[in-house]
Design a protein around this ligand. Structure first.
Ligand code: PEP
Length: 269
């Protein structure tokens, strides 16, 4: 057991972002198989979720057993309606029964130019509309090289949570996803480094919300695969995993979930 392994949560958090992959039909098949493979795992020990494309969301929300698997949106506009071509509003997501909304994914920030302020608006709106809200933060290779990752991440988190009340924290999850670790070109973070950064984020939460920081799970994401789960899940500050490519096959996703769980159980003794 790694020293000081946290028992913050009874369960582990494991999810996947399907990005712009899988058609509606493929996503429904994915859901069905994933639920079938994992239904025996007590949900008191596991929070399982995935984020389909917008076109699959409504059907998947209808088909899902939400006690087994939460379904989330990959992004959301902060306004309920308006002249925002191509955007999706909180009312639209609420109507189809979305459980979770992800905000601030690295690809939104890097490719679509989302700023910390936009992330903050989306976060506030998502919380007001009652969604479980997964906020992603991450550092670049450049920031890592110059040793400023912790400063950048503190700033990202502080801005993202500006105006969020202590009462809203129960609806908040965080994911640390280093930009340099995500995708085919990415290198998974060294587990010790990831743990240190999670510690920085946890401390930032404690500074912002004294006494309440332990209620927010912090997931790690970026090139997670069966091979590196053990190292990551033995770390005291890592509460779960957010997985891209490796989880898009439901059988592999099931293996990832089981390995995450068994590593955490072993580590906690
Ligand atoms: C991601 O893009 O959020 C991600 C974790 O991707 P991957 O696991 O494929 O690196």
């Amino acid at each position: 057991m790694s020293p000081g392994l946290s028992a913050r949560f009874q369960k582990v958090f494991v999810g996947s972002n399907l990005k712009m992959y899988k058609t509606n039909r493929q996503t429904l098949d994915f859901l069905g198989r994933l639920q079938e493979l994992t239904h025996d795992i007590p949900r008191s020990e596991l929070s399982l979720f995935f984020l389909p494309s917008y076109t699959a969301l409504a059907d998947v929300c209808l088909a899902a057993n939400h006690n087994l698997c939460w379904i989330g949106a990959q992004n959301m506009h902060w306004e309920e309606q308006g002249r925002f071509t191509g955007e999706i509003s909180p009312l639209m997501l609420a109507e189809i029964g979305v459980d979770l909304v992800m905000i601030g994914h690295a690809e939104r920030r890097q490719i679509f130019g989302e700023t910390d302020v936009m992330v903050n608006r989306r976060v506030l709106s998502s919380l007001v509309h009652g969604f479980q809200t997964l906020v992603c933060v991450g550092d670049t290779q450049h920031e890592l090289h110059y040793g400023i990752s912790a400063d950048v991440l503190r700033q990202q988190l502080k801005t993202a949570l500006y105006g969020v009340t202590p009462e809203q924290l129960c609806k908040l999850w965080l994911a640390y996803e280093p930009f340099w670790a995500i995708g085919e070109e990415g290198q998974p973070a060294d587990p010790g480094l990831a743990n240190d950064i999670h510690g920085v984020l946890r401390q930032m939460l404690a500074d912002l919300y004294p006494g309440k920081d332990q209620t927010v799970p912090i997931l790690y994401g970026g090139s997670v695969d069966l091979e590196n789960i053990e190292g990551l899940m033995k770390q005291s500050e890592i509460d779960g995993l957010f997985v891209g490519r490796a989880a898009w096959d439901p059988d592999r996703f099931n293996q990832i979930v089981r390995k995450t769980l068994s590593t955490r159980r072993l580590a906690q003794g």
